[in-house]
Design a protein. Structure first.
Ligand code: CU
Length: 465
């Protein structure tokens, strides 16, 4: 009897081996990219990547693994996030309307999950809502989602199990579906995922319980000065897609251009209804696509909520603008020798101090970043659209993300003569005229009659009181 059972088991096992669908490990997937570039311009996800797929029996098969990832927000700060395939946001899925897709999802989290294909029209049972449309994907399990793409546009994917924690830790990504035939040719196509986080300075685990007072604001989970620039050549047609499944609204603003709103997560905006903007408000659960013709220059691209192009700051510090700090510094230095009184004349000096003062471990100074004219004094949701003549053609999206990582990459715009704001001729510096002396807060022996930087530490000199 035991022999018979063993035989039956062996036969069943063999049949299972032969008939089992190809449940490949992500590492087995050959780099057969969505590179049908005659039909569309591949999307670049700055600081991110595009997921490779392989064709299995006429179906484009993708493999996502949801797992803990160590992620660099900007040089000097890493977080322990939850993402897909080693990154947050997860790699961008890219396909074409009409494709049949199969997405294998392996759960390497310590708790159950499910993946929702946000905005994608599909059978209810493939919608990825844990408990409602499917069983949870238990740790270690791999689920297959399979459906035919009936639309095109900028869609997203994200966890739909323990959402506050899983999405709060970064489990999200783009799902971009190209039209079979595009009405206009796009030269550069970029995708930027917004998110906000709270990471207590000195720690690395984002706190998903924080509901309102976030201290990190990111484009593709990177904060300035860790954000890659968007490159284009003058006159090129550029599309930017922005996605948000966070907790807050953002007002994404581009300098130097009037762009046209061309799509939402619900699909194309008909040409007759497209409208001009310079700032697009984008709420949780929304995507927005806009297009423009690139104008030469280095153009700021950022969230316009004024705390969002900034990094970790303590929001509960007292407001000391215009309040004399005379004597305060000395008193506190008796207890904390490194203490510096700041904020009397505004927060701008903070970005200077950040260059030479040791902050807490694993956090980012409130603002910083070197530009061609000095400190940019920004952080968070901020990057630069660089429209330069000498921007190269990149082989594909991977080639771009490997070569373009930080704001200074590919240089700065060479302004034609006479097109940069300068000191107005004939106007003397009012402060110098009145005989003001400028000193360094760290090196009082440095004294001069002109504003400038301390030759010893580089800090901006302050008016002597
Ligand atoms: Cu914002």
């Amino acid at each position: 009897m035991a022999k018979l059972i063993l035989k039956l088991w062996a036969v069943t096992f063999l049949i299972a081996m032969v008939t089992a669908p190809a449940m490949a490990d992500p590492t087995d997937i050959q780099p057969e990219k969505a590179q049908n570039s005659s039909a569309y311009t591949p999307v670049v996800t700055p600081n991110g990547s595009t997921l490779c797929w392989k064709m299995v029996d006429g179906v484009k098969e993708f493999h996502l693994t949801v797992e803990e990832v160590e992620w660099e927000v900007a040089p000097g700060m890493k977080i322990k996030a939850w993402g897909y395939n080693g990154q947050t946001p997860g790699p961008t899925l890219e396909a074409v309307e009409g494709d049949r897709v199969r997405i294998l999802v392996t759960n390497k989290l310590p708790e159950p999950t499910a993946v929702h294909w946000h905005g994608v029209l599909l059978p209810s049972g493939m919608d990825g809502v844990q408990g409602l449309t499917q069983k949870p994907i238990m740790p270690g399990e791999t689920f297959a989602y399979e459906f035919t793409l009936k639309q095109h546009g900028t869609q997203m994917y994200h966890s739909h199990g323990d959402e506050m924690v899983q999405m709060g830790l970064g489990a999200m990504g783009f799902f971009i579906i190209h039209p079979k035939t595009a009405p206009t040719k796009i030269d550069r196509d970029y995708a930027i995922f917004l998110n906000e986080w709270f990471v207590k300075p000195g720690t690395s685990r984002p706190d998903p319980n924080v509901m309102t007072d976030f201290n990190l604001f990111t484009f593709n989970s990177r904060a300035f000065p860790g954000t890659a620039p968007l490159l284009a050549r003058p006159g090129e047609r550029v599309r930017i897609r922005v996605g948000n499944v966070g907790q807050e609204f953002h007002a994404i603003h581009l300098h130097g251009h009037n762009f046209k709103m061309v799509g939402t997560e619900g699909g194309d905006i008909p040409e007759s209804a497209q409208y001009p903007e310079t700032t697009v408000a984008i709420g949780p659960g929304q995507t927005r696509d806009f297009e423009f013709t690139a104008v030469p220059g280095d153009w700021a691209f950022h969230c316009h909520l004024r705390h969002h192009p900034m990094n970790a700051m303590a929001h509960d510090i007292p407001n000391v603008i215009g309040v004399s700090q005379e004597g305060v510094e000395e008193k506190i230095q008796a207890l904390l020798p490194d203490y510096m009184a700041m904020g009397e004349s505004g927060m701008g000096e903070h970005s200077e101090h950040a260059k030479h003062m040791q902050g807490p471990a694993n956090t980012l100074p409130m603002m910083g970043g070197e530009g061609p004219f000095g400190n940019v004094g920004m952080g968070g949701m901020f990057t630069v659209l660089k429209v330069h003549e000498d921007v190269p053609d990149f082989k594909d999206a991977d080639d771009y993300t490997k070569q373009v990582k930080l704001p200074g990459d590919f240089g700065w715009y060479k302004n034609p003569a006479g097109t940069v704001a300068e000191l107005a001729p004939g106007y003397e510096n009012q402060l110098t005229k009145e005989g003001t002396i400028y000193t360094c807060p760290m090196h009082p022996e440095v004294r001069q009659d002109k504003p400038g930087a301390c030759p010893k530490c580089g800090m901006t000199l302050e008016k002597e009181k």
